[in-house]
Design a protein around this ligand. Structure first.
Ligand code: GLN
Length: 271
């Protein structure tokens, strides 16, 4: 099988040279992550290394078998199947994902990542695949925090480098409340733990993971929603990887149209 793949790859390369088309293996684009064999007709890489941060249920988490699973993981594997590339998932810190794409450590990232204007300066995004929003988590007996403005003067834990972090970070253009004492954690779960232990008054985090954390700590913490700040999750792809982005978008569009996306959302409780 492997040998066959190599033969096909050589043939594909030869064909690309003959036809003069660039393909993913032309130039130092990073899309092939050092693996410049092609496994499909289009010249896409045969294997794509996808970065994630498996600390964000239900989108990505470590399953009982020790492997990353979740809505995003299932989604990207299905995209790979449709586009004709194998997916290798690489788990890393959330705030390292974009840098890893710039240094060729990964070929793309799926991590419940909001397609923000700021990130668009550094990477491209696929078409959006999920509508999200930010909420607060507080202790169940807390009746004083009802809006984001109520976080003023309070201690708030966030996951470092997330949009929730930026919402309470003074000076950032997406800051909605100033005067917050922000504790930045590597994992959303650590932020929630700090809340449970009384280290902070609230956590700001995406709505779906918030639901999962509340469910896992039944009765002790609750969600507070303010006016929704709408965000869209998309797959981050290095700038200039048009062929890869087009293939991903094509698969996403198919999956939206044929009901696969809804099925996955139901399966992983990502509604
Ligand atoms: N959606 C948020 C962001 O993009 C959080 C993502 C995450 O923590 N995995 O910043």
């Amino acid at each position: 099988m492997k040998k066959f793949g190599k033969v096909v790859a050589v043939m594909m390369t030869a064909m690309m040279v003959l036809s003069g088309c660039g393909g993913a293996s032309s130039g130092n684009t990073g899309a092939t992550n050092g693996n410049d064999t092609t496994g499909n007709e289009s010249g896409l890489p045969s294997k794509v290394v996808v970065g994630t941060n498996a600390e964000f249920p239900p989108f990505e988490y470590i399953a009982e078998n020790g492997q990353p699973d979740g809505f995003d993981i299932a989604l990207i594997k299905e995209v790979g199947q449709r586009a004709g590339f194998e997916v290798e998932v690489k788990n890393m810190d959330f705030d390292a994902l974009i840098m890893a794409m710039e240094t060729d450590g990964i070929d793309m990232a799926i991590a419940g990542m909001t397609a923000t204007e700021d990130r668009k300066q550094q990477v491209d995004f696929s078409d959006p695949y999920f509508n999200a929003s930010q909420v607060m988590i507080v202790k169940s007996d807390n009746d004083s925090i009802k809006t984001f403005q109520d976080l003023k003067g309070k201690k708030v834990a966030v996951q470092q480098g997330t949009t929730g972090d930026l919402m309470v970070t003074e000076g950032d253009e997406s800051c909605v409340v100033e005067g917050v004492e922000v504790k930045r954690m590597n994992k959303g779960a650590d932020a929630v733990l700090d809340l449970m232990n009384g280290g902070v008054d609230a956590v700001v985090i995406d709505a779906n993971p918030a639901e999962q954390f509340v469910l896992a700590n039944d009765g002790k913490i609750k969600i507070v929603t303010d006016e929704a700040v709408n965000e869209e999750y998309a797959i981050a792809i290095p700038k200039g990887e048009t062929e890869l982005k087009d293939a991903v978008n094509k698969a996403l569009a198919e999956m939206k149209a044929d009901g696969t996306m809804d099925k996955l959302a139901e399966q992983y409780d990502a509604n």
